[in-house]
Design a protein around this ligand. Structure first.
Ligand SMILES: NC(=O)c1ccc[n+]([C@@H]2O[C@H](COP(=O)([O-])OP(=O)(O)OC[C@H]3O[C@@H](n4cnc5c(N)ncnc54)[C@H](OP(=O)(O)O)[C@@H]3O)[C@@H](O)[C@H]2O)c1
Length: 293
């Protein structure tokens, strides 16, 4: 089994590198921007020709949601056009593609968690560029998994948990929005699910929603992060109108994960349990037991 992982220095890519240690019989080729720029179609073509991958896991993405509003071309180039190139390379080389997408394809107007059947309507450039990437994959390939996920955090890279820890170390009191709700996803759990998609023999290709269990606000998440890390920080709930950002975010973007549970009989953990797991991994990273970034 030969598996290409793009964007492998991002938070999901790093977690896949950790989980991949449990599959020593597989040959992983981990690449990031420097080794394989997914916008370079010639490099993609050569890489696929050289290795003849069974799977490509695309973790590379333009994830700067606010910056995307002013860097529109760059967001579309990485999140859509490069995904088209990857899908074409998979098609030409009989490789299966596992592509990661986002809850931000939705407008947040629904009153229940979003299913795979719900009609996307992105509010910003990031979500729109990711949605176009999804449609390229669906048009070009039959053997693909698109995994939409939400509110991703981990011990690696930049994310909400690490931002809260930094703010909490610098301030006794912070304000966090309480009128946007969603489901946090520990990238370590998502990485486990992605490699499970390869090990399980059910070739039920298509679009899936994966997040940890439970719907909370950013405020709830911040409170629990400080509790988990034993930090005394006063968190004030504020409405999003008091925290304006260049990109509009959905009020509600939690994902219904029933299709994953039914199709694969895969256990999805509650967000509180996964936050605990991540905090343990983060602390061991800080203590030097794991490689840090
Ligand atoms: N983070 C979230 O909250 C969230 C929520 C929903 C869905 N997702 C999706 O989940 C996936 C993984 O996200 P993540 O949080 O792991 O993102 P991340 O930490 O930003 O990682 C993305 C990686 O892709 C790399 N990259 C960017 N442009 C590239 C290019 N042209 N060629 C090769 N590599 C490139 C980045 O390198 P540089 O850092 O050097 O640019 C980075 O290492 C993405 O598809 C994202 O859209 C994320």
């Amino acid at each position: 089994m030969k598996i290409l992982v793009t964007g492998s220095k991002g938070q999901l890519g790093r977690c896949i590198q950790d989980v991949a240690k449990g599959y020593p019989e597989w040959q992983f080729v981990f690449t990031d921007y420097k080794e394989l720029d997914i916008t370079d179609s010639r490099a993609i073509e050569n890489c696929f020709k050289e290795y003849k991958f069974d799977y490509c896991i695309n973790c590379a993405a333009y994830t700067a949601v606010d910056l995307a509003e002013s860097q529109v071309d760059k967001a579309y180039l990485i999140n859509a056009e490069a995904v088209k190139t990857l899908a074409e390379a998979c098609s030409a080389n009989n490789s299966k593609l596992i592509h990661i997408s986002t809850d931000f394809v939705f407008d947040g107007k629904k009153t229940m968690p979003y299913t795979e059947e719900d009609k996307p309507r992105p509010l910003g450039v990031y979500g729109a560029s990711k949605l176009l990437g999804e449609s390229y994959v669906q048009d070009i390939l039959e053997e693909y998994f698109i995994v939409r996920t939400s509110w991703v955090y981990s011990e690696y890279g930049r994310n909400f948990m690490k931002t809260m820890l930094k703010l909490g170390n610098e301030n006794k009191e912070i304000s966090v929005v309480n009128d946007q709700v969603g489901s946090p996803t520990y990238a370590g759990d998502l990485a486990t699910f992605i490699l499970f998609l390869i090990t399980n023999k059910r070739e039920e290709y298509g679009l899936y929603h994966y997040s940890n269990e439970g719907t909370i606000s950013w405020y709830d998440f911040a409170v629990q992060i400080f509790k988990q890390f034993g930090m005394k920080v006063n968190v004030n709930p504020i409405p999003s109108k008091d925290y304006l950002t260049p990109a509009k975010r959905p009020d509600r973007s939690d994902l219904n994960t029933l299709k994953v549970k039914k199709s694969f009989e895969f256990q999805i953990y509650k967000w509180e349990d996964s936050l605990k797991k991540c905090s343990i991994n983060f602390k061991s990273t800080l203590n030097g037991h794991r490689e840090n970034q």
